[in-house]
Design a protein around this ligand. Structure first.
Ligand SMILES: C[S@@+](CC[C@H](N)C(=O)[O-])C[C@H]1O[C@@H](n2cnc3c(N)ncnc32)[C@H](O)[C@@H]1O
Length: 243
């Protein structure tokens, strides 16, 4: 495949992935986006829950399967290796767009913070979550995570090198700062509806499973260096003992 086509594929996937994340800020936070996690219920609870759970399962399966080394090997039999990460970004974006489009809100209130101070604190935590996500990607390698480094190396005729195991700022406090950021964006809300709770609970469970799978791959790849990292740095909560 021409190198320029691979580069354009990577750039377009990155652009779509970035737009989807910008939309997610409004979708999860409940502002500006035309469809949102919370809102008036227009379906029966059973119907809404069935669709929402199916959308979340689709997201979990797509994300987990496509991130596994065995799947990457199969995919790179069909596509140039440089396109593998961009394909992950592209399909993740498509699944997230489907979720944004088809999500059925369930407005059964679980909690509602009345104090303005508490509401502001929730929004501040929500914004912090997004900041932690962006800063974490920059600390490992934003362009590798989103596939741009891979297509650029192919375009310039250089071979791909795996990223080394690093411990930049956030990664000295916890092993999964990016997931800590996501958890903040899922849970930090002044008004929690049943649909939002369903979303936050299933995505939290998914993150815990994703950590087990990701750490299994990282241990296989980095060996004792990752085992030492697990002993020294806590998984998600700063200050806890490692492991
Ligand atoms: C979606 S990112 C999530 C990273 C991490 N789980 C987090 O929450 O910040 C997954 C990629 O990060 C890479 N990664 C995870 N920890 C790393 C570290 N300490 N140094 C370099 N790369 C890391 C993995 O190889 C994987 O490709």
């Amino acid at each position: 495949m021409p190198k320029l086509s691979i580069l354009i594929y990577g750039l377009l996937s990155y652009l779509l992935g970035s737009l989807v994340l910008v939309y997610a800020i409004g979708f999860l936070g409940g502002f500006l986006a035309p469809t949102q996690l919370d809102g008036p219920r227009t379906f029966t609870i059973v119907e809404a829950m069935a669709v929402d759970v199916a959308l979340l399962l689709l997201f979990a399966v797509q994300h987990s399967v496509m991130a596994r080394p065995w799947f990457k090997v199969q995919l790179t039999r069909l596509l140039p290796a440089a396109m593998e990460r961009s394909t992950y970004v592209l399909l993740s974006s498509v699944v997230m767009l489907l979720l944004f489009w088809q999500w059925r809100p369930i407005n059964w209130i679980i909690w509602n913070a009345e104090s303005p101070l508490l509401r502001v604190a929730c929004y501040a935590l929500y914004a912090t979550g997004w900041l932690v996500i962006v800063l974490s990607t920059l600390q490992i390698n934003h362009f590798d995570l989103f596939g741009l480094r891979q297509v650029w190396l192919a375009f310039t005729g250089k071979s791909y090198t795996h990223l080394p195991l690093t411990r930049p700022l956030f990664y000295r406090w916890v092993r999964h700062p990016l997931y800590v950021g996501w958890l903040l964006t899922f849970w930090a809300t002044p008004t929690m509806g049943l649909g939002h709770l369903l979303f936050a609970s299933i995505t939290t469970l998914y993150i815990l499973v994703a950590i087990v799978l990701e750490e299994r791959d990282l241990l296989a790849h980095h060996g004792p260096a990752y085992a030492a990292y697990q002993k020294e740095v806590p998984m998600l909560v700063p200050g806890l003992r490692g492991r």
